[in-house]
Write a protein of this length. Structure first.
Length: 527
């Protein structure tokens, strides 16, 4: 009997304008959304390849102080289905000794919390949520009220048919109506993807897509039951439709917006300006510390340098200087670089407080948004697509761990106390000031005093270049022995396991609401 009622409901549904409307909406919006997502993904991949090429060039180092590797994260292929936060955070990090990575580049100075979900994103899952939830309501808002108004419900109950059979049959018939639309949506999406030669999914990604479809079915059933629940408590279809539309607008638009607003209102993060002010104060203290130490060192016997190039984070290239100059620079490096790492730890303590507040704000917004089943579903899909906050945070954690490994390598191999940190010449080839004068003047002067007395230090007499003193002639170092970074995303089983909690929430809510609908329908007045 349940199957007969379901088939009758199916036949009735597919002959109504509602079914045609839903089908047309899918036919228009689903391909449009997936094409846009694919084009954006291609653009992301092109940007990634450009950034990766630049990073490979930047990662070439002539000396150890020059090596500050740039890490570029490849876009997640399944961001085609759900963007999550992946389109609001950067994908590039430069590993520095003077700072621990707080965020990907371009977001550390942002005034807005990039971890908060947007009000709406035009991707496959967002469009699917709108269409499927709306269609579920359109086919269930009059499940009880419509049959009561037409008198067919009274006729059905006059026969030997239980109310539970009628309720289950009508719900199953609606599922038979909407499931083909859901299958069509996914099939159309996958067809577009398969016809795009630049996209090639792995087995784990196909497993994730299968899980997304399973979650979508539960989401569809849940909204069908919500519509059934509303209809079983009312006696007029017009009122039921208005209530369902209010619920739909609330779940899809009002709750996410209020969640972000509440998070910003109740969880204060603090201004970026204050963060930068505190960091600048620490950096100023560090520079004063270095300056004070440098003033205590003796002066070199001659300040003439063929090449001196310095930049941020301890980077410097020195060539063609005297032995005493090189020795003083080595002492500076021995002092400055361990100190730089210590100050990086101090700056990280401040940045971590700020970052923890951003995380707390994001979690508060997430928990508030879970008042909407649509947001629970969206979060579960973002987890399966590796575009959620946890996936991005794992990338940051791995880059911080890599920085620690790189710093430990420099410390253990005593690179901060090595001339190789800023110079690639053989230390045995370093000359005193007098030796350098004789060499550079080709024997014209025997000592620095003679050069300054007789020729007033005129550089035009320095005609001979010190071998290997021109940094542009230095070849990149072999860095194969240094730790390398390889991003290890979470396994498919780990992401599925994490998403099962969201699946459980949706399923439990569907069961509870169905039970409450059944209790209400058993007392439903069919007159």
């Amino acid at each position: 009997m349940i199957l007969r009622i379901a088939l009758k409901e199916l036949y009735h549904n597919i002959t109504t304008p509602r079914f045609i409307t839903g089908f047309v909406l899918c036919l228009l919006l689903i391909p449009f959304s997936i094409v846009i997502s694919i084009n954006e993904y291609k653009s992301k991949i092109n940007i990634y390849e450009i950034e990766k090429k630049k990073a490979d060039e930047e990662n070439l180092a002539k000396v150890y102080s020059m090596y500050r590797p740039v890490i570029v994260k490849k876009p997640a292929p399944l961001s085609i289905f759900a963007r999550g936060i992946s389109y609001r955070v950067g994908n590039r990090i430069k590993v520095l000794f003077g700072d621990k990575p707080m965020m990907t580049e371009g977001k550390a100075e942002s005034r807005d919390n990039p971890f908060l979900n947007r009000f709406f994103t035009f991707d496959f899952v967002s469009v699917l949520i709108i269409i499927i939830s709306l269609m579920a309501f359109l086919f269930t808002y009059d499940t009880c009220t419509g049959e009561r108004e037409s008198g067919t419900l009274k006729m059905m109950l006059s026969n030997a048919v239980s109310r539970s059979t009628i309720l289950t049959g009508k719900l199953l018939g609606t599922l038979f109506t909407l499931l083909p639309i859901l299958l069509f949506s996914f099939g159309l999406c996958l067809l577009v993807i398969l016809l795009t030669p630049s996209i090639d999914f792995t087995l784990s990604e196909w497993i994730r897509i299968g899980m997304i479809f399973l979650f979508s079915m539960v989401f569809l059933i849940l909204f069908m039951i919500i519509g059934l629940f509303v209809s079983s408590h009312l006696h007029h279809s017009g009122t039921s439709m208005v209530i369902c539309l209010l619920i739909w607008v609330t779940f899809l638009f009002i709750v996410p917006s209020l969640a972000n607003y509440s998070a910003r209102s109740f969880v204060k993060v603090g201004s970026v300006e204050n963060l930068n002010y505190d960091i600048a104060a620490i950096e100023h203290e560090f520079e004063e510390n270095l300056s004070g130490y440098a003033q205590k060192l003796q002066k070199p016997d001659w300040g003439m340098i063929n090449t001196y190039w310095a930049d941020r984070d301890g980077f410097k290239l020195i060539g063609g200087a005297t032995k005493s100059f090189m020795e003083i620079e080595k002492k500076k490096t021995e002092y400055s670089e361990p100190l730089r790492i210590q100050y990086a730890d101090r700056k990280w303590q401040i940045r971590k407080v700020y970052l923890d507040k951003l995380k707390k704000q994001q979690k508060f917004a997430r928990y508030c948004s879970f008042l909407s089943p649509a947001e629970v579903f969206k979060e579960s899909v973002a987890g399966l697509c590796a575009t959620n906050y946890e996936g991005h945070n794992e990338f940051l954690e791995q880059t911080r761990a890599y920085r620690e490994a790189l710093v430990n390598y420099y410390v253990q191999n005593k690179l901060f106390s090595s001339y190789l940190y800023f110079n690639w010449q053989d230390p045995d080839s370093y000359m005193t000031a007098d030796e350098m004068i004789r060499f550079k003047t080709n024997g014209l002067c025997k000592s620095l005093d003679e050069f300054e007395t007789k020729y007033q230090g005129d550089w035009k007499y320095l005609t001979v270049e010190i071998p290997n003193s021109n940094l542009w002639q230095w070849q990149p170092m072999d860095l194969s022995a240094l730790p390398s970074f390889t991003y290890k995303p979470a396994s498919v089983m780990n992401d599925v396991r994490d998403s099962l909690s969201y699946f459980g929430i949706l399923l439990a809510l569907a069961i509870v609401l169905y039970y409450l609908s059944f209790l209400s329908f058993t007392k439903y007045d069919v007159r």
